[in-house]
Write a protein that binds this ligand. Structure first.
Ligand code: FA5
Length: 343
């Protein structure tokens, strides 16, 4: 009698193997698990089994039924909606996936990294200074006297009432504190702590209450350069800036030095570059430069008879704009990912 169960089992397994679609599977179900199916008949035959074999027969018949039901269910799931047996995984791995939204450095940060790289190749180290400065480092040591218009409270973000406005700053060694308006402060801080020669650049934020337009913002970045050694001349300054411009923007970039005035350099010049603003190409000022004024050397304790040097301070946003053809500085700070994603 038990032999009958084994035969039925091997028959069922081989029938199930040859099932090719849902119709075939349904025929299998009716033949084995249906009301008049073989398994039902097997169960019905229990009564004619000799008493001593009944428990074993019943147990084996039950196991067979459970095994076939579970095989049947599994096989049913393996057929797709079209009723055909699926041979591969249920996921189409050749479909394009959903790309993760990767972040990246802001275009201004990318510009800073690029600038430090070019000046690094030219032998400039990197220096830093605080964004909250005092009047001494932002003005006095840079040869900018109290009555100079650059110190006007309306042109600076003072955190305390400045000396020029009659503020009570006697107890503050460096004068009133303000958000630095230029990175030239770092020239002073470096020379105060480093004996010559020095060759550094410094990048950082500066703040001015300028009205926002296509080329001005109230917070922006500058890259400051300072080179002090024996016999440094205007030729070194001009060569350095032109070499930099061609290395960074490409040999076709048009730059010029235009005579200018800064209290802390003599002579002084502006570095201009041709770039597109709105819909036309024009000269745009990248920054100021010049030979370090002897008064600045005296303020930091360098002997102006022995040492000479040049300094420059360039606007980083304007550099980024020229590099990428961005014609309005305000786009850099709107935090519109659709814009920033382009760089
Ligand atoms: C200065 O700040 C001097 N400290 C530069 C300098 C350094 C001269 C060393 C000599 C020696 P100026 O105020 O011109 O200079 O600013 C320099 C550059 O900063 C400008 O040419 C411009 O590129 C950028 N800049 C100035 N104001 C703004 C602004 N509101 N928004 C964006 N960029 C600005």
């Amino acid at each position: 009698m038990l032999e009958q169960i084994t035969q039925l089992q091997s028959q069922a397994v081989s029938d199930l193997e040859s099932v090719a679609d849902l119709d075939g599977l349904e025929r299998f179900r009716v033949a084995y698990l249906g009301n008049k199916g073989s398994v039902k008949q097997l169960m019905a035959s229990l009564k004619s089994v000799p008493t001593e074999q009944k428990p074993e027969f019943g147990k084996r018949a039950n196991e067979l039924r459970q095994a076939l039901e579970s095989e049947y269910k599994q096989r049913k799931q393996s057929f797709g909606d079209d009723g055909q047996r699926q041979t591969g995984p249920a996921v189409d791995v050749t479909e394009p996936g959903t790309a993760a939204d990767l972040g990246r450095p802001h275009v201004v940060t990318q510009t800073i990294d690029g600038l430090l790289e070019v000046f690094g190749r030219m032998g400039f180290g990197v220096a830093t200074g605080p964004e909250v400065e005092d009047e001494y480092h932002n003005f006095v040591a840079l040869n900018i006297p109290a009555e100079h218009p650059a110190r006007d409270p309306l042109d600076n973000f003072y955190l305390q009432e400045p000396a020029s406005a009659g503020g009570a700053v006697a107890d503050l060694p460096g004068g009133a504190q303000l958000l630095r308006s230029q990175t030239s402060t770092v020239q002073i801080r470096v020379m105060e702590t480093t004996p010559p020669p020095v060759r550094i650049v410094s990048v950082g934020r500066v703040y001015r209450p300028d009205e926002h337009d296509a080329t001005h913002y109230s917070m922006f970045h500058q890259i400051e350069g300072l080179y002090v050694d024996r016999n440094v001349s205007m030729v070194d300054l001009k060569t350095t800036l032109i070499q930099f411009a061609h290395a960074y923007f490409g040999a076709e970039a048009e730059v010029r030095l235009r005579p200018s005035y800064f209290p802390f350099t003599e002579p002084s010049a502006e570095l201009d570059i041709k770039m597109q603003v709105k819909d036309r190409w024009d000269w745009v000022e990248l920054g100021g430069c010049g030979m370090v004024d002897p008064n600045v050397f005296e303020a930091v304790g360098y002997d102006p008879e022995q040492w000479s040097g040049f300094a420059f301070g360039l606007g980083v946003e304007r550099i980024a704009m020229r590099k990428h053809g961005i014609s309005d500085i305000r786009w850099l700070f709107e935090n519109d990912v659709r814009f920033l994603k382009q760089f």
